[in-house]
Design a protein around this ligand. Structure first.
Ligand SMILES: [Zn+2]
Length: 184
């Protein structure tokens, strides 16, 4: 028999968990029951980690990266470059447009990107988005917004598998993909 969950505190916990991306009411209830069951092992350290994150972690005011310093570690160290292929700065969107998950342009740092791109030094924007439907939708959306910005808009070419996510690529693959980028 499944554990019964009642009381306003539990309902509140379930309601908040249900607002996380990818969690519906059913999985939120399961997660809440799991947390309550694993009170010492999971719930207490998770609550502490969330509290620390709330106090320490910020969204970088320049690029949208998340870090415990602002501007972030990447923006304050100009030599740091994961792909080693181009002289570039990062801008983290914080996700992709996803109407099904309720993620619209205002949830991503697209406005900040557009204003950064209008700086005179910027000549090109390389869209390094996942080769997924959401990633490509986001790429088209941004390309449209930048069409009067007087910059070349390119995207990653070879090396990124169709349906693949950038997080799983090794640096060589990512480098090749950036070198062989094509105009959008
Ligand atoms: Zn930054």
């Amino acid at each position: 028999m499944p554990a019964a969950a009642a009381g306003p505190e539990i309902e509140r916990l379930i309601q908040l968990l249900a607002r996380l991306p990818g969690l519906g009411p059913r999985s939120a209830r399961r997660a809440a029951l799991f947390l309550i069951k694993k009170r010492e092992q999971i719930m207490a350290p998770l609550a502490a980690a969330m509290h620390t994150a709330l106090e320490k972690i910020e969204v970088c005011r320049v690029c949208g990266n998340i870090d415990s310093q602002n501007p972030c570690t990447v923006c304050t160290d100009v030599r740091r470059e994961r792909a080693h292929a181009v002289n570039a700065r990062y801008h983290v969107l914080g996700g992709t447009l996803s109407p099904l998950d309720g993620i619209g342009p205002e949830d991503l740092s697209i406005d900040a990107l557009v204003s950064r791109v209008h700086a005179p030094a910027v000549t090109e924007v390389i869209l390094a988005l996942n080769a997924t439907v959401d990633g490509q939708t986001t790429a088209h959306y941004i390309t449209d917004l930048l069409h009067d910005a007087n910059v070349k808009v390119t995207r990653l070419a070879h090396g990124v598998p169709v349906g693949g996510e950038l997080d799983y690529l090794d640096e060589g693959t990512l480098s090749a993909a950036i070198r062989q980028r094509t105009t959008f």
